[in-house]
Design a protein around this ligand. Structure first.
Ligand code: NAP
Ligand code: F7E
Length: 337
C-alpha cells in the first residue's frame, strides 16, 4: 500500500487531498498542529481512516522523526501561514513556516536517506507573480511577489528546485492560482462574501465590509486543484506546473454573481472607500468598504495559463465559477439553518 504524508491536512486543500488519496487506496498520514481547541472539523468525516501525528513546520525534529518513522512514498507540503494580509502582520513567522518549513522538510528527507524514494509536492502559488510581468502568467513568467507571504513562498519554490537539481530529489511545485470551496477559511474573500451574503439573506447580519473589490483573480475549485497535485507526483520526472482555470473576474463580479444566486436586487453607489451596495427592497446598505481590508501592497490582477498542465498532466478543471459560488452558498445557507 502506498503511503502519503500531508502537512496542512486540517486545511482546505489537505482535507480534499486526503479524501482523494484515501479513495485511491493510500495509507494517509497527516501532520496535526497542537491547538487549544479542536482544529479537525474539515477532516472529522474521515478521521478514523487517517493516521494523524503531532508536528509543526517550525520543528525540524518533528519532521525528521515523522519522515523516518513513516517512510512515505509521497509527501505533500501544504502546511502554511496562508493568509496574504496576515503575512504583513506576522512576516517573521510566515517566513519561518512557509519558507524555512519547506527547507526543513527537504532536509528531513535527505537526512533520513530517502532522497531517491520519496516524491515531494510543494504548494506553490500564483502570489509569486504578484506585480505581474506578463499576461497571462505561465511557468516561464518572471516572479515579482508583493507580500511577505509571496516572498516566503518564493524561497519555498526555489529551494525545491535547488534540491531537485542538487540532490536529484523528485520534488515538484504546483503553482496554484486561487482555489476555493465550501471549506475555504472564513477570512478569504470568497467565503467572506458567500457566508456574509447568506447571513444577510436570512436576516442574521446587517452588512459585510470589504477592501479592494476591483482586484481580479483566476478562481477555481479546490477539489479540481487537489487532483492536479496528485497528478504532478505521478509524473516520471519532477517539474513545476501552473494550475489555473485561465479565466479571470474581479471581486465585484464575484459579489454580483453571488447576489444574483441569492435573489438580491441591488444598486451600487459611490466610489472608492465610499462605494456601497444597497438592497433595493429594504433600502439598506449591505456592503461597504473599509481601508482596514486593503493591503500595504496589492496583487491587482492574476490570470493563469495552464496549457502545460493540460497537455502534460491531462488535467483540466471540471467546475466553473458559478457552480463553485452556488456550492459555497448552498453550504453556507445549510450551515446557518
Ligand atoms: P489553509 O486552509 O489555510 O490550510 C493551511 C494548513 O497549514 C492548515 O492545516 C494549518 O493548520 C497548517 N499550518 C499552518 N501553520 C503550520 C505550521 N507551522 N506547521 C504545520 N502546519 C501548519 O490553506 P489552503 O487554502 O488549504 O492552502 C494549502 C496550501 O496551498 C498552503 O500552503 C497555501 O499557502 C497554498 N496555496 C493555497 C492557494 C489557495 O487559493 N487556497 C493557492 C495557492 C497556494 P491549522 O488547521 O492548525 O491552522
Ligand atoms: O483575497 C481582495 C484582496 O484573501 C483576494 C490565498 O489562498 O490565494 C489566496 O490569496 C483578493 C485580494 O486571497 C477583501 O485584497 C477585498 O486582492 O481571498 P484573498 P489572496 O490574497 O488572493 C493565493 C493564490 C494564495 O496562495 C493564498 O494562500 O480580494 N479583498 N476585500 C479581500 N480579501 C480578503 N481576504 N478580505 C476582504 O475583506
Amino acid at each position: 500500500m502506498r503511503k502519503a504524508l500531508i502537512s496542512g491536512i486540517t486545511g482546505q486543500d489537505g482535507s480534499y487531498l486526503a479524501e482523494i488519496l484515501l479513495d485511491k487506496g493510500y495509507e494517509v498520514h497527516g501532520i496535526l498542529r497542537r491547538s487549544s481547541s479542536f482544529n479537525t472539523s474539515r477532516i472529522d468525516h474521515i478521521f478514523d481512516q487517517l493516521k494523524l501525528h503531532y508536528g509543526d513546520l517550525v520543528d525540524s525534529q518533528s519532521l525528521s522523526s515523522l519522515v523516518s518513522d513513516i517512510k512515505p512514498d509521497e509527501i505533500y507540503n501544504l502546511g502554511a501561514q496562508s493568509h496574504v494580509k496576515v503575512s504583513f502582520e506576522i512576516p517573521d513567522y510566515t517566513a519561518q513556516v512557509d519558507a524555512l518549513g519547506t527547507l526543513r522538510f527537504l532536509e528531513a528527507i535527505r537526512s533520513c536517506g530517502l532522497s531517491e524514494t520519496v516524491k515531494f509536492y510543494q504548494a506553490s502559488t500564483s502570489e509569486l507573480y504578484g506585480l505581474v510581468q506578463e499576461v497571462p502568467q505561465k511557468e516561464t513568467t518572471p516572479f515579482y511577489p508583493r507580500s511577505p507571504y509571496g516572498v516566503a513562498k518564493l524561497y519555498g519554490y526555489w529551494i525545491v528546485k535547488n534540491y531537485r537539481e542538487a540532490y536529484g530529489l523528485h520534488a515538484s511545485s504546483g503553482i496554484l492560482f486561487n482555489h476555493e470551496s465550501p471549506r475555504r477559511g472564513e477570512t478569504f474573500v470568497t467565503k467572506k462574501i458567500t457566508k456574509g451574503l447568506s447571513r444577510i439573506k436570512r436576516g442574521m447580519q446587517e452588512k459585510i465590509t470589504l477592501g479592494n473589490i476591483y482586484a481580479k483573480r483566476d478562481w477555481g475549485h479546490a477539489k479540481d486543484f487537489c487532483n492536479a497535485m496528485w497528478l504532478i507526483l505521478q509524473q516520471e520526472k519532477p517539474d513545476d506546473y501552473v494550475i489555473s482555470t485561465d479565466q479571470q473576474v474581479s471581486v465585484k463580479d464575484f459579489i454580483n454573481m453571488c447576489l444574483e444566486i441569492l435573489g438580491f436586487s441591488v444598486e451600487w453607489k459611490g466610489e472608492g472607500i465610499n462605494e456601497v451596495c444597497i438592497d433595493t427592497k429594504t433600502g439598506k446598505v449591505i456592503i461597504d468598504i473599509s481601508k482596514k481590508y486593503f493591503r500595504p501592497s496589492e496583487v491587482e490582477t492574476l490570470l493563469g495559463d495552464s496549457t502545460k498542465a493540460r497537455k502534460q498532466l491531462n488535467w483540466k478543471p471540471t467546475y466553473n465559477l458559478k457552480d463553485l459560488a452556488k456550492e459555497m452558498i448552498e453550504y453556507d445557507l445549510e450551515e446557518i439553518k
